[in-house]
Design a protein around this ligand. Sequence first.
Ligand SMILES: [Zn+2]
Length: 252
Amino acid sequence: MSLLKTPAIVLKSRKWGEADRIVTFYTLRFGKLRGVARGARRLRNRFGSALEPFVHGELNLFEKRGDSLYRITGADIRDSFAGLRDDLPRMSSAARMANLVGAVTGEGDAHPSIFETLLNGLHVLQSGHDPALTALLFQIKLLGETGFRPQTDHCAACGDGHGRMAGQFSPLAGGLVCLPCARRDRDRCLPMSAGSQAFLQQALRWAPAAVTRLKATGQIRDELEAAVESYVMVVTGKHLPPADFLSRPATL
Ligand SMILES: [Zn+2]
C-alpha cells in the first residue's frame, strides 16, 4: 500500500453500505479516481462536508495494489463552493461541468489542464457570472482539452479542408461540416452562423480564466447552446458514431 496526496475536486458521491461513501474525484496528480470513505455517513465523521459535490480539497489516500478503488483517509477543504449547492441554476451548471469531466476522462489519466479548467469554472460560477453562459463556455473549453475538441478548421465528417463549409454543426461528427456532408445529414445538423463559428473558435482558443470576457447573446447564444447540448449528449452518451455514418441512410 502506498500513501498518496493530491489536490482534488469531488465530481460525485454516493452511499455505499451502512456508513460509507464512494466518491469520484478529478485530481490534479492522478486524473479521475474513485475512493471509498469509511464511516463518512456517521454523524461524527472525520471527513465533515469535504466529500460533498464540487468541494475542492487536499486528499489523502491509500492505493491498494490490484484495486481500482482507493481508500480515502483524509480530506481537507480548500474551497467548499457551498454557494454552488444552495442555488439551483448554479448547482445545475456546476453538475453539468462535473458530469462532462467525468464522462470525457478515464480513471488514472492525469491532465492538469482539465483540473485547472474545472476549478476555474467553479470559481467563475461562484463569483456570480451568468450560470448558463458559464457552463456553456466551460463545456466548450473542457471539450477542447480532450479528444472531443469540436472541429472548426475543416469538415468534421470528411476531413475536407478546402470545400465550401455549410454553416452547419454536426453533433455526431463533432464539428462544422462541408456542404455535401451537411446535405447528406440535413436532419441531424444544426445551423451555425459565421458569428457563432467565430465565437466557438475564440472560446476554444482563450485561456480558461479569460473566457469569461466572452459574451454571447441572441442568435449566437441560442445556436451555441443547441450545438453544445447535442454534442455533449453524443459525447456523454458514449454513442460515438462509426466513421462512415454520414454515408449511410439516415434511419436513426
Ligand atoms: Zn465534408
